[in-house]
Design a protein around this ligand. Structure first.
Ligand code: G6P
Length: 620
């Protein structure tokens, strides 16, 4: 979703802004723009389309300066167009802003500002903020405040922000204040990078990699005032505050393609490593359990938990479904998996013995953050299973478990899913060993978990087979994905992957539910992907496949290597190594990721940046 970059210092700002916007492309966007403060004032260049198109525009119409802000836009209010792209200006151009988030009372504010004589150029909610700040800036000047004083600008911003309802991450510049960039946050993430005689601003840390390792994550209602010489932090309610400086751990190669054609493919192939990272240091052979450094709950608190709520969106929600099966089986604690967008407005009965886990790759998904806050407000212990260190959810949770999967750039989540499932397996083991799970059962889980990185590597050998299958079926317009028990969430995830990046309609279903509806869709034209590794109810899934075959539906099966008969029944088979049922999702998800990838490539789709989607959904 929308990305922000900003800079004050000694560099030619356009290079940093364009590079930063390029690194933020993965979030998903439809247009891009920058504003640069040069000797002759502010220059704005903005354009619908890709960052490279903005770069060509700047090449033909250059800008130079040492401070500026930039933005990649993912349309919420107003279609993608040059005019609706950011930056936007307020008043007569005295205020320039970029904005992430959604202003809910923008229409009321717009009406008020129009009555005051402000003319709106775009259809965005953002322009309201620009005019509002310009209005209060003018008001300050009328009251006799000094236009050359930074405090006048800050005052105008503070007054304006109090009038906004909704979410924002903002980068603001003032035409009459060269070398000043102000960042403000409520609900949309912002991070400040500290350099020598320079400061950086960004909506996530990726643009800062290689420029600095010292960062300050802004919290809600904080304002950062940046000039080349200094950074001041203010909180809406408490005023001036001292920054909490953290070290950025990313290494620059993390966001390189490393020879892969797409981030999605690179991330699929990283899974042996990322699964290993999720396990590393967390297996306790002595006690036959898992250990976590950051849950921040006492053993007494953990033992008294009588219910667990897992809340998430998208792929992370699918991982949560696998988590439900794992935790209920091993720890015997009732689990509910809630869409965060529903949970935030629902009022299910919960007690202080209910433990809530927000599962999220980015740590910034607006609904997941809001659901977590709502649970926290009600007093539940609220933890996070999160990939992005320093993200809003990671920072606001009472404790949690990091995935350590490294940055995930492809919009369609892949490695985060298998890492989430791995961490949830560890969690189930940990909670189980505090309750009824025996020492020997714990030992067996540990032994099998240890094998998973190698087995994931072995699974990836199916790539060529999957590619050949993709070539056969890529022109179909509908797919069904079916699985049971641990592989039902995998079927949902497989269908989601295909939808997201190839724009083919796909539905995931528990295989036995097929008779209650999807069977009507079966025809020679509709392939059914069955996730059917050996399990307790394997023969029942085989019956479901027979039902599809009886109706001439093509079947693609994801099956165990030891399955000697499936090839007689299914049209295509992709084999994965044999593992215990509860570990199968980590392996069976991989061929489905590859299938979606190859089909999307054959259809000419942009797999890393699928249309309309965003990597990090920071609006409701
Ligand atoms: C977006 C992404 C998905 C992701 C979901 C939840 O929709 O495109 O890939 O699964 O958000 O994101 P999170 O970062 O909270 O896991």
């Amino acid at each position: 979703m929308c990305g922000i970059v900003g800079y004050v210092g000694h560099r030619d700002v356009k290079d940093f802004l364009l590079e930063g916007l390029h690194r933020l492309e993965y979030r998903g966007y439809d247009s891009a723009g920058i504003a640069v403060m040069g000797r002759d004032g502010i220059s704005i260049r903005k354009k619908v389309g890709k960052v490279r198109e903005l770069a060509s525009l700047i090449e033909s119409s250059p800008v130079t300066g040492k401070s500026g802000i930039g933005h990649t836009r993912w349309a919420t209010h107003g279609e993608p167009s040059d005019i609706n792209s950011h930056p936007h200006t307020g008043g007569n151009g005295e205020v320039i802003i970029v904005h992430n988030g959604v202003i809910e009372n923008y229409q009321t504010l717009k009406n008020q500002l129009m009555e005051l004589g402000y003319t709106f150029r775009s259809a965005t909610d953002t322009e309201v903020i620009a005019h509002l700040i310009a209005h209060h800036y003018e008001e300050q000047l009328r009251l006799g405040e000094d236009p050359a004083d930074v405090r006048t600008c800050v005052k105008a911003i503070e007054i304006s922000l109090r009038k906004l309802k909704g979410t924002y991450g903002l980068g603001v510049m003032f035409r009459d204040q060269p070398g000043l960039v102000i960042g403000a946050r409520n609900g949309s993430p912002l991070v400040i990078g500290i350099g020598k005689g320079e400061y950086f601003l960004a909506s996530d840390a990726s643009p800062l990699v290689g420029y600095t390792t010292e960062v300050v994550y802004l919290s809600d209602h904080e304002i950062a005032i940046l000039t080349p010489e200094r950074m001041d932090l203010l909180h809406r309610d408490t005023g001036k505050m001292s920054p909490s400086i953290q070290t950025l751990n990313h290494v620059s190669t993390d966001i390189e393609l490393n020879g892969y054609e797409h981030y999605m493919l690179k991330e699929i192939f990283e899974q042996p490593q990322t699964i290993e990272n999720a396990i590393r240091g967390r297996l306790d052979d002595e006690e036959a359990t898992a250990r976590f450094g950051g849950l921040n709950l006492t053993p007494q608190q953990l033992r008294s938990i009588d219910r667990i709520v897992l809340t998430a969106c998208g792929t992370s929600w699918h991982a949560g479904l696998v988590g439900e099966y794992l935790i209920e089986e091993f720890a015997r604690v009732p689990v509910e998996v809630e869409y965060a967008s529903e949970l935030r407005y629902r009022n299910p009965p919960m007690s202080d013995r209910t433990m809530v886990f927000a599962i999220t790759q980015s740590g910034e998904t607006a609904d997941t953050l809001a659901a977590m806050r709502e649970c926290k407000r009600k007093g539940m212990p609220t933890l996070a299973i999160c990939n992005t260190v320093g993200s809003s959810i990671a920072r606001e949770a009472d404790g949690g478990i990091y995935l350590h999967a490294g940055p995930e750039i492809g919009v369609a989540s892949t490695k985060a899913f298998t890492s989430q499932v791995t961490v949830l397996t560890l969690l189930a083991l940990f909670l189980g060993r505090m309750r009824n799970l025996s020492y020997s059962a714990g030992k067996r889980i540990i032994e099998n978990l240890r094998k998973m990185p190698d087995l994931a590597a072995k699974t990836l050998q199916c790539n060529e087979v999957v590619q050949a299958i993709a070539e056969k079926y890529y022109q179909r317009e509908n797919f069904l994905y079916m699985g049971r028990l641990y592989n039902f969430p995998v079927a949902l995830e497989g269908a989601l992957k295909l939808k997201e990046i190839s724009y083919i309609h796909a539905e995931g279903y528990p295989a036995a539910e097929m008779k209650h509806g999807p069977i009507a869709l079966i025809s020679e034209e509709t392939p059914s992907v069955f996730v059917v590794p050996k399990c307790a109810i394997y023969p029942k899934v085989i019956s479901n496949i027979e039902e599809v075959k009886a109706r001439k539906g093509p079947v693609i099966a994801i099956a165990c290597e030891s399955d000697e008969t499936i090839a007689d029944l299914a049209d295509e088979v992709i084999y994965v190594p044999d593992v215990d049922e509860f570990l199968q999702p980590i392996l069976t998800a991989i061929p489905l990721q590859l299938l979606a990838y190859h089909i999307a490539i054959l259809r000419g789709c942009n797999v890393d940046r699928p249309r309309n989607l965003a990597k990090s959904v920071t609006v409701e």
